[in-house]
Design a protein around this ligand. Structure first.
Ligand code: 13P
Length: 244
C-alpha cells in the first residue's frame, strides 16, 4: 500500500500563505512516492488547490453534520465537496478537547461525510491520564465503536491514531507504541480493518521513517511539521516507498 503523508495545517496559512507554501514545496517533491493529503483551513482550500501543482488530495479539518441551515460559522460536508475537498478530518483531538465534540457528534459527522462523498479521516487517541491508568484499549475501542457501524466496506475511510499527549508537545509515541495502538484500532474496526490507519503526534523528518515502518502504520498525519515546506518535504522524502 502506498504510504499516506497528510498535513493538518490547523489554523495556519491563509490563501497567501498557502500559495507561498506550494511555491516552495513543489520543487522539493517532484517525484512523490506517497499519497499526499493536505487539510487546509477552509478559506485556503481554493488557493491551495490552485497552487499545488503536485499530485495531492485536499480535505477540510471539520464539517457540520447538517447539509445546510441557520448554523452560523459552520461548513457542511456538501459545501466542502463543492469547494474541492475530497476528504474531511473528523473528531480531531482539538475538536474533541478544545471544542467539546462528543463521540455521538463524531458519528453524525462521519455519516455526513459519507453522504456527501467525502472520505472521512476519523481521529482517535487517548489522554495521558487514560494511558497511565491502563485504559488505552478501552478508550480506543470506545472511540472506534462510536462510528464504525456507520461505515461500510464500499466507501473509503481512514482512521488517524493521535495520542493526545503527543500532539504539539514534541513527545512522540515510539514505533512500538504506535504499532500497539494501531493493532487495537484495526481489531476494533472488525471487518473494516483493512482501512488505512495514520499515526499523528509530533511527527518530524527524523522520526517519520521509523514510525511509518512500524506494523499497522499506513502513513502519518502531521501538524506543526507540515507548515514549513522544507520540513514537510523532509517527511515525504523519509517515507518508505512501499509497504514492507
Ligand atoms: P503535531 O504534529 O504538531 O504534534 O500535531 C499532530 C496533529 O494534531 C495532526 O493532526
Amino acid at each position: 500500500m502506498t504510504r499516506i503523508v497528510a498535513g493538518n495545517w490547523k489554523m495556519h496559512h491563509g490563501p497567501p500563505g498557502a500559495a507561498d507554501f506550494f511555491s516552495r514545496f513543489v520543487p522539493r517533491v517532484d517525484s512523490i512516492p506517497v499519497r499526499l493529503v493536505f487539510f487546509t483551513p477552509d478559506v485556503a482550500l481554493a488557493a491551495s488547490i490552485a497552487s499545488a501543482r503536485v499530485p495531492a488530495e485536499f480535505g477540510v479539518q471539520n464539517i457540520h453534520w447538517e447539509a445546510a441551515g441557520a448554523l452560523t460559522g459552520e461548513t457542511s460536508a456538501e459545501m466542502a465537496r463543492e469547494a474541492g475537498a475530497t476528504l474531511a478530518l473528523i473528531g480531531h483531538s482539538e475538536r474533541r478537547h478544545v471544542f467539546g465534540e462528543t463521540d455521538a457528534e463524531v458519528n453524525r459527522k462521519v455519516l455526513a461525510a459519507v453522504r456527501a462523498g467525502l472520505t472521512p479521516v476519523v481521529c482517535v487517541g487517548e489522554l495521558l491520564e487514560e494511558r497511565r491508568a491502563g485504559r488505552l484499549e478501552e478508550v480506543l475501542r470506545g472511540q472506534v465503536g462510536a462510528f464504525v457501524g456507520s461505515l461500510t466496506g464500499d466507501r473509503e475511510f481512514m482512521v488517524a491514531y493521535e495520542p493526545v499527549w503527543a500532539i504539539g508537545t514534541g513527545e512522540t509515541a515510539t514505533p512500538a507504541d504506535a504499532a500497539e495502538a494501531h493493532g487495537i484500532v484495526r481489531k476494533a474496526l472488525g471487518e473494516l480493518g483493512h482501512a488505512p490507519i495514520l499515526y499523528g503526534g509530533s511527527v518530524k523528518p527524523g522520526n517519520a521513517a521509523s514510525l511509518m515502518s512500524a506494523h499497522d502504520v499506513d502513513g502519518v498525519l502531521v501538524g506543526g511539521a507540515s507548515l514549513d515546506p522544507d520540513v514537510f518535504a523532509g517527511i515525504v522524502e523519509a517515507t518508505p516507498s512501499a509497504r514492507s
